[in-house]
Design a protein around this ligand. Structure first.
Ligand code: ZN
Length: 345
């Protein structure tokens, strides 16, 4: 039987369940935590439990079999609105919020309640947030809004103050490894442990990194940085753009692939910083550790710190839909300035 429990998020569940059992389930939630750790899955299962026509609300446990549950599962429930930032936009536009509020005001079609899941609220601009306030303040009776973002600090105070904030932690490495094995994403226990360590608690990151093409590309990029041949930024931009395009026609998928690699660069530079500080680098991969040791020998910690920061910034820009070639050119240009032997001579 399906249950609201999403692996590793028992704490979040316990807090919701105690509110539900006492009949004080808030009408607006803000789910916050790192990308890819299951907030959206949790939100959808919570929505299913709220629209379940068989199990009592306080249980927060969808039966999985009633018409309401089946329609949520199929993505066709008339009273569940799932929305977010369109793939081709940098912000969550006011149009999306206006449509949501209009639909939310209608009578529930199946007679229970309306539930809305709004993703990417980090990117909601002031105009959209203002359009949202009235619905957030006074939703129709029984209706529940679930907003998803990465941190409460990134939201306007007017939004946060109207929501119950629920924090989600990254999954512990062993939980994530178990999940990857169970879902067949990892081939065996070793593979699962390696992926889970690389993914730093993020399921979506682990799924991305499990792709063998990506693993090869990642290896070449990291070994190239630590190699003696030098790092050609223009060539690397072309390679990463070409590699990202192989993720498919959809620009969102291409962007996610580029973002995974930029995230890997950030992690590599963090590892180098650990090593120069005399600490054990967090990466378990032996080839990564060799590259980290070489770079730690070769580079100044101040420069590595800047690169780690630049990689995070580039990742942020990719997430905000900035023009991908420009973001990568600017990042790789800075990387080359620091890592190339010629530049250091
Ligand atoms: Zn049900």
């Amino acid at each position: 039987m399906p249950c609201v429990s999403v692996r590793g998020h028992d704490r979040a569940l316990a807090s919701l369940r105690s509110s539900a059992q006492s009949g004080r389930l808030p009408h607006a939630f803000l789910f916050v935590g790192p990308e890819g750790i299951g907030k959206r899955t949790f939100a959808l299962t919570l929505a299913q439990s709220l629209l379940c026509e068989r199990n009592a609300e306080g249980l927060l446990e969808p039966c999985g079999e009633c018409p309401g549950c089946v329609q949520v599962e199929a993505g066709s429930h008339p009273d569940l609105i799932v929305t977010g930032r369109p793939d081709d936009k940098q912000e969550l536009p006011i149009r999306v919020i206006r449509d949501l509020c209009a639909e939310f005001g209608l009578k529930p079609a199946r007679g229970v309640r309306k539930v809305a899941v709004v993703d990417d609220v980090d990117t909601m601009n002031d105009e959209a947030a203002n359009a949202f306030l009235k619905t957030l303040e006074e939703p129709p009776p029984g209706a529940v809004l679930i907003l998803i973002g990465t941190s409460a600090e990134q939201q306007l105070e007017t939004i946060v103050s109207r929501c119950q904030v629920v924090r989600f932690d990254p999954l512990p490495v062993d939980e994530l490894a178990g999940l990857l094995l169970e879902k067949g994403i990892a081939a065996d226990a070793d593979d699962a442990a390696k992926l889970a360590a690389l993914a730093e608690g993020s399921v979506s990151r682990a799924i991305g990194l499990a792709d063998p093409d990506l693993d090869r590309y990642r290896r070449d990029l990291i070994d190239g940085l630590a190699g003696e041949r030098g790092f050609d930024p223009a060539e690397q931009v072309q390679q990463l753009l070409a590699f990202s395009k192989k993720a498919g026609k959809e620009t969102g998928a291409q962007r996610r692939r580029a973002s995974l690699m930029v995230g890997e660069l950030a992690r590599l530079f963090r590892g180098v910083l650990w090593q120069t500080a005399g600490l054990e680098p967090p990466s378990a991969d032996p080839a990564d550790r060799r590259a980290i040791a070489v770079l730690a020998q070769r580079l100044e910690p101040e420069d590595v710190f800047i690169l780690a920061d630049r990689a995070l910034e580039a990742d942020f820009h990719l997430a905000r839909n900035l023009y991908m070639p420009l973001v990568l050119e600017s990042l790789f240009h800075d990387v080359a300035k620091v890592v190339n032997p010629k530049a250091r001579a």
